[in-house]
Design a protein around this ligand. Structure first.
Ligand code: F0G
Length: 481
């Protein structure tokens, strides 16, 4: 929640009390240098013991509520017919308005099932923007991913409140060009992860729905951050200021044929979910579920997490939950902008982002500026962020790098985990890094898996810039921080 202070400033105040904590440590710069080198300059390969503030992701790292933990104590571990599944069903019906649902072990498992059911060679899936695992699964299913965002969505500095919108003219063109029979569904991601957590508007979702309905093309919503998208609709779209998050989410669902989500994000648990009112989709999902996930009443999830998901679904439409990271991210982005850093604007859901091509404008994209920036930030701060750029794209069939539309360094703000002093520290160290940016060089792969290489690939710093950057940092701050 944002409260106005007596001097007129806005304060994103925490609407929760902290009752369980996890101790953190700030390892010295020498330890961080060894750690990032051993990790192949890939922040995914760092260990918690070497990390001070973990902003890799909000996936599975949001703080859970007391009610979620309490619900876990009464879960039903029956292999089949478990009560926990029925409780989840009540929450799905109440919050999302869907009759049919299946759990899956996480969001990408839901994508795998979708690909299995809908994607075939020769088909195309239009969407506002891809997510890494989405693209991998749909392409493995034989479909092509078509991104049909408005051109200005790629402008990292913008005041467009809905950079996650689909361009309806492009959608019309795609339907004409490929034919409705080759479009198994249109996908909207709430909020578009890889372009800065940017939302779509309700008007856009409705526009998509109205355009595809006559062609019987279903609308599939990736609801991994659906309540944050709903919060942005409430704050930014005319006519929704007085509508509750719960009603906005319901309206979004009423315009969708199927929703899937990473429960690791939206419901603060470790799991995934698909829900629909279409019995045919449900029957097909149900058929594949035991092959890939588990029996329908647990779908690869622990029953404890299913209980917590049922509570998490209800809690995600609480305004204080839906706004908890979005408000802190706005504060983060405002502070980065005030410090002269090239932050992605407007602030989105999920994370604060910086445009690495602007931050490290001396590096060519082939040298992976976003990866270099994420590694450099860790080195000077102990803050673990994530590369969202060319490293996150796999090579094409000829083995060439596919240059990403954007090179972003993403600093995720999991719900109810970090405080404003953490944010101030991150902005300060980013500021120092910006003042010394010419010391940061590029990266090159020396170990590279063929699919989703960003997870486990290893790189080295060209010209050993890590050592030089660490020396400059130590000269300013001493060896202990
Ligand atoms: N869709 C979106 C929009 C996501 O952000 C993610 C995960 C997934 C699907 C896949 O879900 O991880 O539960 O399998 N995003 C994580 C992230 C990994 O860090 O942004 P999952």
């Amino acid at each position: 929640m944002i409260v106005r202070l007596s001097d007129g400033r806005s304060l994103p105040i925490e609407m929760y009390k902290v009752r369980i904590v996890q101790k953190t440590t700030l390892p010295p710069i020498s330890q961080r240098l060894t750690a990032i080198e051993e990790a192949g300059y890939n922040t995914f390969l760092l260990w918690t013991k070497d990390i001070f503030i973990d902003m890799l992701t909000d996936s599975g790292t949001n703080a859970m509520s007391d009610n979620q933990l309490a619900a876990m104590m009464v879960s039903d571990d029956a292999y089949a017919g478990g009560e926990s599944y029925r409780k989840l069903g009540c929450a799905v019906k109440d919050i999302l308005g869907f009759d049919y649902y299946v759990p899956a072990h996480q969001g990408r498992a839901a994508e795998h099932l979708l690909a299995k059911i809908f994607c075939r060679p020769g088909t195309v899936v239009p969407m506002n923007y891809h997510f890494t695992t989405t693209k991998a699964h749909f392409e493995m299913g034989g479909a092509r991913v078509l991104e049909i965002f408005h051109d200005d969505a790629m402008e990292t500095t913008s005041d467009n409140p809905f950079k996650g919108n689909i361009d309806l003219d492009k959608l019309k063109e795609v339907i004409k060009r490929y034919g409705p029979e080759n479009i198994p569904f249109v996908r909207l991601e709430a909020t578009t992860n890889l372009i800065g957590g940017q939302p779509f508007s309700m008007a856009n979702l409705r526009g998509v729905r109205e355009m595809v309905a006559p062609h019987k093309i279903p609308v599939v919503l990736d609801g991994s951050l659906v309540s944050e998208n709903a919060y942005f609709i409430k704050c930014r779209e005319q006519g929704y200021q007085d509508t509750s998050i719960e009603d906005i989410v319901k309206e979004m669902m009423s315009l969708s044929d199927l929703v899937y989500l990473s429960g690791r994000k939206s419901t603060c648990v470790r799991g995934g979910l698909l829900a629909t009112n279409n019995p045919e989709y449900f029957n097909e999902l149900k058929a594949w579920l035991p092959v890939y996930e588990g029996f329908i009443t647990y779908g690869g999830m622990s029953s404890k997490e299913i209980e917590a998901m049922a509570v998490g679904l209800r809690e995600m439409v609480d305004l204080d939950v839906a706004s908890s990271s979005a408000d802190l991210i706005k504060d983060f982005v405002d502070k980065m902008v005030a410090r002269g850093l090239p932050a992605v604007t407007p602030a989105g859901g999920l994370a604060g982002h910086v445009d690495a091509m602007k931050f490290l404008s001396h590096l060519p994209q082939e040298h992976y500026p976003a990866g270099a920036l994420a590694a450099a930030l860790f080195l000077v701060s102990g803050v673990r962020s994530m590369e969202r750029g060319t490293i996150s794209m796999d090579r094409d069939e000829q083995g060439n790098d596919v240059l990403s539309d954007l090179e972003l360094c993403r600093m995720a703000v999991p719900r109810r985990v970090y405080t404003m002093s953490h944010i101030d520290y991150v902005v300060d160290r980013l500021g120092w890094l910006h003042d010394h940016r010419e010391l940061v060089g590029g990266l090159e792969f020396y170990e590279e898996p063929p699919v989703l290489r960003f997870f486990t690939g290893k790189l080295k710093a060209l010209d050993d810039w890590g050592t030089k950057l660490a020396a400059a940092f130590e000269a300013d701050f001493g060896p202990h921080v």
